[in-house]
Design a protein around this ligand. Structure first.
Ligand code: ATP
Length: 378
């Protein structure tokens, strides 16, 4: 088990009297790939900037390898940063961009050592042979690779990455996700990664930290977070979810729409109001007579691998993901196995939606590719 490298203890930050981070507690292990995930404005970048030393927490401690570093300036921390905007020097070629951080090191490195390290870094990011190119002639993906090479070349212990793939198109982003993970494993550096893209977080990370409104909602492995979301917010943010008001009649029996459903959850008070979370892929469409409940299809979207079907159940809209096509207007039955229900204690978040299914276009937009310029790699 890797040792703990960074610890945030009760870190709090306000801007203009508004709490942006509320007593954040977080332990980050050496060589871990940890992702801060959450919607826009939840405090991810602020957390990253506190770790990097660009911001000071109003209270609380930042601890690095057992030492409190609140007052240590960024350049004295063993931490480098890769930003979404690559921040490369356009007047320098690829080699000199990467060598820059090495040239200002004291004691000075020999020219031979600088060349060796730059070549090593170029190989790492698959840009061997690009030394003399001007960075302005490179594609977005290549520029980001140069930025990564520049950030790892002076061997920091930690790399902070703030939405580094945000400006790339979807296909390139997926390739770069794989590459980044490989690079991280190869160089053995702790990566602290910020994204609002849940799929990206689940694909790349050892640990995912889900944040909302300046608070940590859940910390866990991608599998834990997906399969055992702690509350309705996490369930909805990580993958799409239907969240329905229910009542826990007794252990393993939940009531929704006046009907009892078998589930696997227990330990709630008799008749305790709960949030019932059902993943869209855990719902089977069946002929009406075999259905546990019956609804009407109101919208169908073909998504390549599956259909996204919106079904109206007594005025409440559910999202179902299925490979079977059902036309708009069709009456369908649905069946959900006991392990398809995830019962959660009522949270503040569920109140936002009342007794409305929380399938939310807002998060679709957030996780959609910001296909804003179609940068092509070659
Ligand atoms: P995004 O994904 O949009 O970058 P985020 O989760 O990284 O969001 P932060 O950038 O950490 O969020 O911002 C959290 C909140 O703090 C936001 O409401 C933001 O407007 C506010 N904030 C951040 N930096 C400052 C600042 N320097 N001055 C005032 N408010 C700030």
């Amino acid at each position: 088990m890797a040792k703990e490298l960074i610890r945030l203890e009760n870190c709090r930050k306000e801007f203009d009297g508004e709490v942006v981070l509320d007593s954040i507690n977080l332990a980050i292990k050496d060589k871990e790939f940890l992702t801060l995930l959450g919607p826009s404005g939840c405090g991810k970048t602020t957390t990253l900037r506190i770790i990097g030393g660009f911001l000071r927490p109003d209270s609380g401690k930042v601890i690095f390898d057992g030492v409190t570093i609140n007052d240590v300036p960024p350049h004295k921390r063993k931490i480098n940063t890769v930003f979404q905007k690559y921040a490369l020097f356009t007047h320098l070629n690829v080699f000199e961009n990467i060598a820059f951080g090495l040239r200002i090191q004291r004691p000075r490195l020999t020219e031979q050592e600088i060349t060796r390290r730059v070549h090593e870094a170029l190989e790492l990011v698959a840009l061997k042979g690009y030394e003399k190119r001007s960075v302005s002639q490179l594609s977005g993906g290549q520029q980001q690779r140069v930025a990564i090479a520049r950030a790892v070349v002076n061997r920091p212990q930690v790399l902070l990455l703030d939405e580094p793939l945000g400006a790339l198109d979807l296909k390139l982003r997926k390739d770069m996700q794989r590459e980044l993970k490989q690079i991280q494993q190869q160089v053995g550096i702790t990566f602290i990664y910020v994204t609002h893209d849940q799929e990206e977080a689940l694909t790349m990370s050892d640990t995912v930290v889900v944040m909302n409104k300046g608070e940590i909602q859940q910390i866990g492995t991608p599998l834990d977070i997906y399969n055992e979301p702690k509350n309705a917010f996490v369930a909805d943010f990580i993958g799409e979810s239907n969240i329905i008001d229910g009542v826990m009649v007794s252990d393993r029996v939940v009531r929704m729409y006046g009907r009892d459903f078998e589930c696997l959850d227990k330990g709630f008070a008799p008749n305790e109001p709960v949030d019932v979370v059902v993943r869209p892929e855990d719902i089977d469409i069946v002929p009406v007579p075999q259905g546990q409940i019956t609804g009407t299809v109101t919208d169908v979207t073909f998504k390549g691998m599956q259909y996204d079907i919106i079904v109206d159940f007594q005025g409440f809209k559910w999202l179902i993901q299925t490979t079977d096509h059902s036309p708009v207007g069709a009456k369908i039955g649905v069946k959900i196995d006991p392990d398809g229900f995830h019962i959660m204690k009522k949270s503040e978040y569920s109140g936002l939606y009342g007794d409305y299914s929380s399938y939310s276009a807002e998060y679709d937009e957030l996780s959609a590719a910001p296909d804003d310029g179609g940068q092509e790699d070659e």
